[in-house]
Design a protein around this ligand. Structure first.
Ligand code: HEC
Ligand code: HEC
Ligand code: HEC
Length: 132
């Protein structure tokens, strides 16, 4: 009934095909993203780079709560200047290219922050000014 000569090779082929995506991707996770430094030439962020990398989402939530719920739109120092706490007011005034900065990482890790359904990226603001 069973064709022993086919079961083992068949299984080997099946395991090969079924696990292909696992080990194929393991060999190459794609090139790591290179977010573009601020085009304005600023040298430091609102916190050290390592902190920003891992904590920027937490920081943004805190800023939002402080600004909107507690009315604390205090100025934050960065790169020798002061910025008003805010996504558009602070972050995007240095990181003016959302596509090449924020999205460079977010596309790589497949996160899509929903912020931009209300907030405007600098490019959106520029586009609105061109076509009022
Ligand atoms: C449904 C619309 C909406 C969405 C979505 C949204 N926001 Fe906001 N956000 C607002 C409004 C309205 C304000 C108040 C603006 C003001 O009073 O100046 C605000 C203010 C803020 C502020 C405080 C100061 C400022 O003007 O930037 C921060 C920080 C902020 N949002 C971050 C975020 C982040 C991060 C996300 C995504 C995770 C997000 N928001 C998504 C509507 C939204
Ligand atoms: C004064 C201009 C300025 C402001 C305001 C600013 N940044 Fe930055 N940001 C920088 C600079 C410059 C760097 C690179 C720092 C370095 O290389 O040490 C950076 C680095 C980062 C990084 C790490 C990038 C990497 O290559 O790993 C993240 C993430 C980041 N910023 C997010 C934000 C967010 C979110 C905000 C708002 C809450 C913000 N930044 C506000 C200038 C700014
Ligand atoms: C160095 C890479 C990097 C850069 C640059 C970066 N992000 Fe992120 N961001 C991430 C990663 C990774 C996550 C997902 C973290 C997680 O899932 O815990 C994330 C998550 C977020 C979230 C939370 C989204 C969610 O759905 O949970 C917000 C909001 C956010 N980023 C805003 C920004 C903004 C605004 C900028 C540009 C000013 C920016 N990020 C630049 C890597 C980056």
């Amino acid at each position: 009934m069973y064709n022993k000569g086919l079961i083992i090779p068949g299984l080997v082929v099946f395991v090969f095909i079924a696990t292909f995506p696992l080990w194929y991707n393991g060999l190459s996770a794609g090139t790591a993203p290179k977010p573009e430094p601020p085009p304005g030439g600023e040298k430091t962020c609102v916190a050290p780079k390592e902190v920003m990398r891992s904590q920027h989402m937490v920081m943004l939530n805190q800023w939002r709560d402080e600004a909107l719920r507690d009315g604390l739109r205090t100025a934050v120092p960065a790169d020798g200047k002061e910025y008003r706490k805010g996504l558009q007011l602070a972050c995007m005034s240095c990181h003016t290219n959302k596509d090449k900065f924020c999205d460079a990482c977010h596309n790589y890790v497949a996160v899509q922050p929903y912020c931009w359904s209300c907030h405007l990226a600098p490019a959106d603001i520029a586009a609105k000014k061109e076509k009022p």
